[in-house]
Design a protein around this ligand. Structure first.
Ligand code: CP
Ligand code: NVA
Length: 308
C-alpha cells in the first residue's frame, strides 16, 4: 500500500519523480481548457473520496479537478456529515470506505486520525493537512520554486512567522530535497524540535534566528503563513498577532533577502497581517503559481499512490 502521509515518509527518489511528473503533466496541458481530459486517463475507472473535517478551497478544488482531468471520479465528503463525526470509529470508516473507493484523501485535525485511516484502509491514503503537517502543499511549493529558479538543492529557504504545520512539512522537505532552512519567529511559536532535528540529521542546515532581518539575509525563498491556523483557538488570536507582528513579510524585510528571492504563501492569506499586499502582489511573489501547482503536484501524488 503506497500512502502519501508525509514528506519524510516518502523516499527522496519517489518525491523527485513526482515533482518531475507533475511538471511533465502540467506542460502537456498548456493552452487547454481546465476541464479538458488528460490524454492518457490514468485514473479511468477509479473512485476517489475527498474527506474534509476542516474548511478548504485549494485542496478541495485542486484534488477534485485533478482526478477528473485524469479520468477518475470523486466524492467530496464533509466530516460532520459522515458518521465519523458522530462517533463511528476511524478504523471502521476506513474499512468501509475501502470497499467503495480506490483512494482516500483526508484533511483532519489530529495526526492520529490520518495514521489510523492509513492503518485500517486497504486503499492508499493521502494527507490533505493535519494540525501537524501539510505535505501536498510543499510538493506544490517545490515544483513552483524549481519552475522559477531550478533545483532547490543547496538553496536557502526562510520561514518567517508561526512554526506551524506548513513549516513542519518544509522542514521534512529540507531533509529530503537538501536545502537549508531558517526559522524566524517568537520563541513561544517555535516549531516542534523533532522536525528541526530530523532535518539536521539528514545533513542540512536548519537554523533558528530571532531577528527576521538577519534571518532573511541571503534567502532564495521567503515563506510565511497565517498567524492563526484552523486548529488554533480563536482566543489565542490577539496574543498571536502581538507575538508575530515583528515577523510580517513586507517590502522592508524582502529588501534584505537576495534581490531575486521568491515569496511564497500557501494561502488563504490575511492580507497586511502576515504579509503585506505589496509583497503578495509584488515582483517576488509566486503565490498563484503555488496555488495552481497544487493541482499538478497532487495529480502526480495520486498516480504514485495508485501506481498508474
Ligand atoms: N493551501 C491550502 O491548503 O488551502 P485550502 O485550505 O484552501 O485548501
Ligand atoms: N496553517 C494553516 C494552513 C492552511 C492551508 C492552517 O492549518 O490553517
Amino acid at each position: 500500500m503506497t500512502h502519501f502521509l508525509d514528506i519524510n515518509a516518502t523516499s527522496p527518489a519517489d518525491l523527485r519523480s513526482m515533482i518531475d511528473q507533475a511538471k511533465v503533466m502540467k506542460d502537456a496541458r498548456k493552452g487547454q481548457p481546465k476541464g479538458a481530459l488528460d490524454a492518457d486517463q490514468p485514473l479511468a475507472g477509479q473512485m476517489v473520496a475527498l474527506i474534509f473535517e476542516k474548511p478548504s478551497t485549494r485542496t478541495r478544488v485542486s484534488f477534485d479537478v485533478g482526478v477528473r482531468q485524469m479520468g477518475g471520479q470523486t466524492m467530496v465528503l464533509s466530516g460532520s456529515d459522515m458518521q465519523l463525526g458522530h462517533g463511528e470509529t476511524i478504523a471502521d470508516t476506513a474499512r468501509v470506505l475501502s470497499r467503495y473507493v480506490d483512494l482516500i484523501m483526508i484533511r483532519t485535525f489530529e495526526e492520529q486520525t490520518l495514521l489510523e485511516m492509513a492503518e485500517y484502509a486497504t486503499v492508499p491514503v493521502i494527507n490533505g493537512l493535519t494540525n501537524r503537517t501539510h505535505p501536498c502543499q510543499i510538493m506544490a511549493d517545490i515544483q513552483t520554486f524549481e519552475e522559477h529558479r531550478g533545483s532547490i538543492a543547496g538553496k536557502k529557504v526562510v520561514w518567517s512567522g508561526d512554526g506551524n504545520n506548513v513549516f513542519a512539512s518544509f522542514a521534512h522537505a529540507a531533509g529530503q530535497f537538501g536545502f537549508d532552512l531558517t526559522f524566524t519567529g517568537p520563541p513561544a511559536l517555535d516549531p516542534e524540535m523533532v522536525f528541526v532535528e530530523e532535518a539536521r540529521a539528514k545533513g542540512v542546515k536548519v537554523e533558528i534566528e530571532r531577528d527576521p532581518v538577519k534571518a532573511v539575509e541571503g534567502a532564495d525563498l521567503v515563506v510565511t503563513d497565517t498567524w492563526v491556523s484552523m486548529h488554533d483557538p480563536q482566543s489565542a488570536r490577539e496574543r498571536r498577532h502581538n507575538q508575530l507582528r515583528p515577523y510580517q513579510v513586507n517590502d522592508a524585510l524582502m529588501a534584505h533577502a537576495k534581490s531575486d528571492a521568491l515569496f511564497m504563501h500557501c494561502l488563504p492569506a490575511h492580507r497586511d497581517e502576515e504579509a503585506t499586499s505589496a509583497v503578495m502582489d509584488g515582483p517576488h511573489s509566486v503565490i498563484f503559481d503555488e496555488a495552481e501547482n497544487r493541482l499538478h503536484a497532487q495529480k502526480a501524488v495520486m498516480r504514485y499512490c495508485l501506481g498508474v
